[in-house]
Design a protein around this ligand. Structure first.
Ligand code: ZN
Length: 165
C-alpha cells in the first residue's frame, strides 16, 4: 500500500532550515518523544525560531494520518548532530498515539513505508543505510527510537515493504 507524502516546508527564517545541500547517503530514524504533538504540530513548532536559540528539525514527521515533509531531501536538517546531518535524511515517528493502539499502528505503517520508499528511490539496502538516532548519540538518545519500536523487527518490516514495491 502506497501513501501520500504531504509537503509543508518550514521557512528559512525559522533558523531550523539552513538550506545547505544534502546528497542523502543514509537514513536516521527518530522518535519525537512528545506525547501531545502530531506531525502538523511539529511543522508549526519548527516554523519559528526556537527558544533558547538552538536549531533543530528533521525532514519528515509521520503520524497516524500523515507523512509530512518539512525540509526537502536535498537540504540538510538538524536532527542528529553534524556528522549525521551531513549525510542522512531524518525521519521522526510521532508519539501522539500510544503504542499498542490502532493509531500507533497506522503511524508505524507509514513510518515503515516511508523508509522503504526512500530506500527504493536511492537504492539503499535497509540493513546498512538505516540507523537509529541512538547510533549517533548513544549517551543522550539511547532509546531513540529503539525504546519505542523493536529495531530488528522494524528493519525486517522495511525490507519486506521494499520487496513488495
Ligand atoms: Zn532523534
Amino acid at each position: 500500500m502506497a501513501y501520500e507524502i504531504v509537503e509543508r516546508l518550514i521557512p528559512f527564517s525559522s533558523g531550523n532550515r539552513p538550506g545547505t545541500p544534502l546528497v542523502p547517503r543514509e537514513i536516521t530514524s527518530h522518535r519525537t518523544g512528545n506525547p501531545t504533538a502530531d506531525a502538523m504540530a511539529h511543522y508549526r513548532y519548527f516554523s519559528r525560531p526556537l527558544t533558547p536559540r538552538r536549531p533543530a528539525s528533521a525532514h519528515y514527521f509521520v503520524d497516524s494520518g500523515t507523512i509530512l515533509r518539512i525540509i526537502p531531501e536535498n537540504e540538510r536538517a538538524y536532527h542528529a548532530g553534524p556528522r549525521a546531518n551531513a549525510i542522512a535524511i531524518g525521519i521522526e515517528l510521532c508519539e501522539n498515539r500510544r503504542p499498542g493502539t490502532p493509531g500507533f499502528l497506522e503511524a508505524y505503517r507509514r513510518y515503515v513505508w516511508l523508509h522503504a520508499d526512500i530506500c527504493r528511490r536511492y537504492g539503499f539496502d535497509p540493513r546498512t543505510r538505516i540507523r537509529p538516532h541512538a547510533y549517533w548519540d548513544p549517551r543522550n538518545r539511547p532509546d531513540d527510537p529503539v525504546g519505542l519500536i523493536n529495531w530488528q523487527q522494524f528493519l525486517r518490516d522495511v525490507a519486506k515493504e521494499l520487496g513488495a514495491m
